[in-house]
Design a binder for this molecule. Structure first.
Ligand code: ADP
Ligand code: MG
Length: 233
């Protein structure tokens, strides 16, 4: 599903250049649930933003569902982004003056889907995240965990190939974090390919594979069951 090879990214700041990704190689197969773990500043969000086509690498190659992502014009990039990718953020990024249903259905509007189908789909996905009874509520009337569930329903609504989540539990308490990760696990079990960025080992351990990033390089990339087995020796 995802193949990246020798990815490099630097940020220019005045006359200085900050080399953030220093040659990243990895592949993600369809149906995987992978976490990208590393301390703050290690380059996780930079990598996820490139995978999400929100930013571009300076060097290296990226293939998403057999499409080479390089030098696409903004219109084509936006089409691929809508078709292939769903995003979940730490801060939920819901629209405050729209209710849960409208938050979920709005991206479908921009894909030209008719009102009835938009509403049906949005209700279906709200139900899937356990919020069918909250459809008409505003984000301000929802708890943090419920807001993230709405955001997850929104990300799912267009049935993307890959879900990208950047610190999805970063704003949630421990118990709610585990509940949101259990929801993500369930979505993965239905076949969705999911990447979760986190700096928390406990959260990473709820995925199936941990890619450990340090100073812009992958220092470890293993299935979780191997890591846990070793930890208990
Ligand atoms: P992480 O998500 O692992 O905390 P980031 O990918 O956000 O790390 O950031 C990696 C490094 O790049 C940090 O030192 C950060 O300050 C820097 N950085 C991130 N985005 C930008 C930007 N737009 N311009 C300049 N520096 C940036
Ligand atoms: Mg980050």
């Amino acid at each position: 599903m995802i193949q990246i090879k020798d990815l490099h990214k630097s940020y220019q700041m005045g006359s200085n250049s900050l080399h953030v990704l220093k040659g990243i190689d990895f592949n993600v197969k369809e149906g995987e649930l992978v976490s990208i773990m590393g301390s703050s500043g290690s380059g996780k969000s930079t990598l996820l933003n490139i995978l999400g086509m929100l930013d571009e690498a300076d060097l290296g190659s990226y293939t998403l569902d057999n499409v080479s992502i390089k030098n696409l014009n903004e219109k084509v990039a936006a089409q691929y982004r809508n078709k292939f990718l769903g995003f979940i953020f730490q801060s939920f990024n819901l629209i405050n003056y729209k209710n849960a249903l409208d938050n979920v259905s709005m991206p479908l509007y921009y894909q030209g889907i008719k009102r009835k189908e938009r509403t049906d789909k949005a209700l279906h996905y709200l139900e899937k995240v356990g919020l069918a009874d909250w459809a008409t509520h505003l984000p301000s009337e929802l708890s943090g965990g419920q807001k993230q569930r709405v955001a997850i329903a929104r990300a799912l609504a267009s049935d993307p190939k890959v879900l990208l989540a950047d610190e999805p539990t970063g704003a949630l308490d421990t118990k709610t974090s585990y509940e949101v990760m259990e929801l993500i696990q369930g979505i993965n079990e239905e076949g969705k390919t999911i990447l979760v960025v986190t700096h928390e080992p406990d959260i990473a351990e709820m995925t199936k594979r941990i890619v450990n990033l340090k100073d812009g390089r992958i220092i470890d990339d293993r299935p979780v069951n191997q890591i846990l087995a070793k930890a208990h020796v």
